[in-house]
Design a protein around this ligand. Sequence first.
Ligand code: SF4
Length: 442
Amino acid sequence: MTLVNMISLGCPKNLVDSEAMLGVLAAHGYTVTTSLEAAELIIINTCSFIRPAVKEALNTIFYCLEFKKKGACRYLVVTGCFPQRYGPQLAKLIPEVDVWLGVDAAPLLLDSLQKTFAGEKVVRCPSAENRETSVNHPRLLTTPPSTAYLKIAEGCSHFCSYCLIPYLRGPLKSKPLEVIYREACSLAENGVKEIVLVAQDTGSYGRDLTGQPSLQLVLKQVAKIPQLEWVRILYLSPSSLTPELIEIIRNETKICHYLDLPFQHANQKILRKMGRKGNLEEYLRIIDYLRSVIPDLTLRTTLMVGFPGEDEQAFQELLNFIEKAEFERLGVFPYYHEEGTRSFRYPQTVSYFEKRRRCRNILQLQRKISRKKNREQIGKELKVLIERDLGNGVYLARSFREAPEVDPKIILKGKDLLPGVFTRVKITQAYTFDLAGIELLK
Ligand code: SF4
């Protein structure tokens, strides 16, 4: 019985890979521990698409090496985007790591561990075309019991100029529809009530498969599973929205009226340099249409500032877009000049401090919008999923308007509620990001 600890860095798509690795290990007699001190085997599943993620991966590796020096840890395994990006270079740089595996490492894990137990150092980061995907591996969930991510596709074929992901994870590779349905059924049978569909771009689902099944087909199938209460879609490129997709989101009651549309920018010149379609007017038209057909829609977006060539006018256009679109949720990131991307050939024109200033300006504006949007919720009744019991009749919950981890919470006063159950609340108070409410009588 080997004790294993998993540290999963990066996005939910990476977390699904971590859970696949834990599933393989659990099925082969390993015991999962949350204690780094007790773990004999530590696995770090890394992210590395931008500099801060690389830094975090390195810091975590050096932190965990201390447990190998002083604790119970005998083997340190590093997997994911970081070794996929830098591969053999890393093995030379940090020889104390026993195994380096690239992305989607579950199929290679057991064999690599056997080799390292026999004294070998292992480096295996196959490219996308030589990689087996972990489609049939059972997962060991690490999310709260009622919620699970379901990855419907791997990789991305959009090739936005600033993005390394297609090079790290390869082109779009969708899972067959029946595999997704089987996985969703098995999650639901094991108590999951909310399924969160993820991929680099969920809207591209199926374009690489024979017959080109689409995201709406996935939604139709998954929504039929009786035990599920919520189906949520994340990471949907605005260019992948179709009238059919909007129609099913509007009409199928289990699909959360929540869309995460990473617009990235609104200035046409910048969007084209990014290798993306659309412009301010088109994007506002899409948003107006969405809000008119789905009036209770919650919109989340991700934006990037400081892309090469983003002058003050382009930035003002972005601010104008945010002001008009009134997103309920918004994340903003500075542009990172990453070697290996197409945008690396453009000269950087925005300084580090200017990027920070632009991020701050956007967040300031978003705080105002979020406060206004939250005030509109006062008096409304919402179905919520309890996430945590804080004690003394206070709970943290989420409604369809809040995705797990990234969004604010609803602070709720109630009685005898358990994490994982649904209840109804009346919203009584609005803060800048969070909401507060009381449980309605059952
Ligand atoms: S897919 Fe991208 S965001 Fe996710 S872990 Fe890898 S580099 Fe990070």
